[in-house]
Design a protein around this ligand. Structure first.
Ligand code: FES
Length: 96
């Protein structure tokens, strides 16, 4: 879900783009973070806890907590709340 209108803040949407999350094509906007695009696409689980394998969502959205770490284009530990979407990139959950 994305906020389309707001009484005070105006949103300028950039061009549409797509990337892949665990082999599923996800629609996003240029300039949007990976985490924002995933949340908009209905993805709520970003990781599973190390000891009990419980699902974990993202938390701070400002690069301070590491709950959003994922593998991006084969590189582990990428903060998806800080990294912007790029056309065709491959994102997947990682084991912690
Ligand atoms: S959600 Fe906290 S660092 Fe990304």
């Amino acid at each position: 879900m994305r906020i389309d209108s707001h009484p005070i803040v105006q949103f300028k949407r950039e061009k549409k783009t797509t990337f892949y999350f665990e082999d599923k094509e996800i629609e996003a906007y240029e300039g949007e973070t990976i985490a924002a695009a995933l949340i908009a696409a209905g993805v709520k689980v970003f990781q599973h806890s190390k000891h009990h394998n419980r699902p974990r969502g993202f938390f701070c959205a400002i690069g301070k907590c590491s709950s959003c770490l994922m593998e991006v284009n084969g590189v582990l530990n990428q903060m998806t709340c800080m990294r912007l979407v790029e056309q065709g990139m491959r994102v997947k959950r990682q084991k912690i």
